[in-house]
Design a protein around this ligand. Structure first.
Ligand SMILES: [Zn+2]
Length: 380
């Protein structure tokens, strides 16, 4: 934290809360030039947000200070990370444009991500890797990041990456031999402070732009740490070295596909045999508890209702609270009529057709009552 003594020149409350305006520009505003704003404390109160309103910068706090002279603390670690990310963006954009004619159209920084949108959308992974290498060469060379003001006339002779119509004095940020930009944001003093620039992933935006996610400074370390942790945990779970993970996962996926196919076959055989044994059971009303998941339970119901039989089948799973009734094709009974109250009356979600009924319960008490109800209405 860096300390400043400031005078409050304005204070009040607007739709965003209580704010103060300071006589010094201690805190950089949120979102200005695509970058994150500063945080810290004013008179011991945490800075909640910093917004540029017209010519002044409002610093939002939960309570307004009582005195007009206040001690302000700037979170310099956060400021440095933001400055490093911003400077990294200058380098990455400059390298992409110089070496590959890929133009940056916008820049965005949030608490989680840092992105640039570039054009054209067709940037190969090899290109990105090369751009990343070039950008990091600039970082490792520890070049100075110069900031100075020029007049509009002087700016015309500078090799600016982007030109915007402005009046008055223009702030220039120059990394010699790499980039010269008009920029009012915060930057580091030497490129070495960026530590590392790492492209994390890309995403196509409306088939027009490529969004490049990147990290630098502490965020690059955090991203590396997070990925290492994930890789480590997968490696432990699979009991395999990190380099063997892709091969191992591929083999596992092939094996899973094979097992699923085999399992499906076995299930069909099992259900067919179950239908056969139920159809051949003694009596007109057959009751059977089964240990099946919902999808298999439904298949069994469908199979029973298409049997050439006069029997009524009541099947249920106490474990999964599933209850179903099916009648064979040769039965004249209408389940719809006979069990009119069944679905609605028992608070479950279900279906009622002429040839089958099904309800899934959440509550074991209701399930048991329904089971008794079916037995009373349809049983012998
Ligand atoms: Zn900048």
């Amino acid at each position: 934290m860096e300390e400043f003594e400031c005078r409050i020149v304005e204070k009040g409350t607007d739709e965003e809360g209580a704010f103060v305006v300071l006589d010094k520009s201690v805190f950089y505003p949120d979102g200005k030039g695509g970058q994150l704003g500063d945080r810290g404390k004013v008179d011991g109160e945490k800075v909640l947000s910093v917004k540029e309103k017209g010519a002044s910068v409002r610093v939002y706090l939960s309570h307004l200070p009582k005195t007009d002279i206040v001690k302000c603390l700037l979170d310099v670690k956060r400021r440095h990370t933001i400055s490093a990310l911003h400077t990294a963006q200058h380098i990455l954009s400059a390298v992409l444009e110089d070496k590959f004619s890929v133009v940056t159209v916008s820049f965005h920084m949030s608490e989680e991500n840092c992105t640039i949108d570039v054009e054209p959308v067709s940037v190969s992974n090899e290109m990105l890797e090369q751009a990343e290498n070039f950008a990091n060469e600039v970082v490792f060379a520890n070049l100075p990041v110069k900031k100075y003001f020029v007049t509009v006339e002087e700016a015309e002779n500078l090799p600016l990456r982007k030109r915007a119509k402005v009046t008055g004095s223009i702030r220039i940020v120059e990394i010699p031999g790499v980039d010269t930009s008009m920029c009012g944001g915060t930057h580091v003093d030497y490129t070495g402070e960026i530590g590392l620039i790492k492209i994390l992933k890309t995403e196509k935006i409306k088939k027009k732009f490529l969004r490049i996610y990147f990290a630098a400074e502490q965020r690059a370390l955090d991203a590396f740490r997070e990925k290492s942790y994930i890789l480590d945990s997968i490696s432990n779970q699979l009991s395999s070295g990190e380099k063997e993970i892709p091969d191992k996962v591929e083999k596992m996926l092939v094996e899973i596909k094979k097992l699923k196919k085999e399992n499906k076959k076995l299930k069909i055989t099992f259900l067919k045999n179950l239908v056969l044994s139920l159809s051949e059971s003694e009596g007109a009303f057959i009751e059977k508890e089964v240990d099946l998941e919902k999808s298999d339970f439904m298949s069994l119901l469908a199979m029973l209702s298409s049997e050439n039989s006069e029997k009524i089948f009541l099947i249920y799973s106490l474990k999964n609270l599933l209850l179903g009734v099916a009648k064979g094709k040769e039965s004249d009974l209408s389940l719809k009529e006979k069990l009119r109250d069944f679905v609605d009356g028992f608070g479950g979600r279900g279906v009622l057709r002429d040839n089958f009924a099904f309800v899934e319960f959440k509550d074991v008490k209701l399930f048991k009552e329904a089971l008794k109800y079916i037995n009373d209405n349809l049983g012998e």
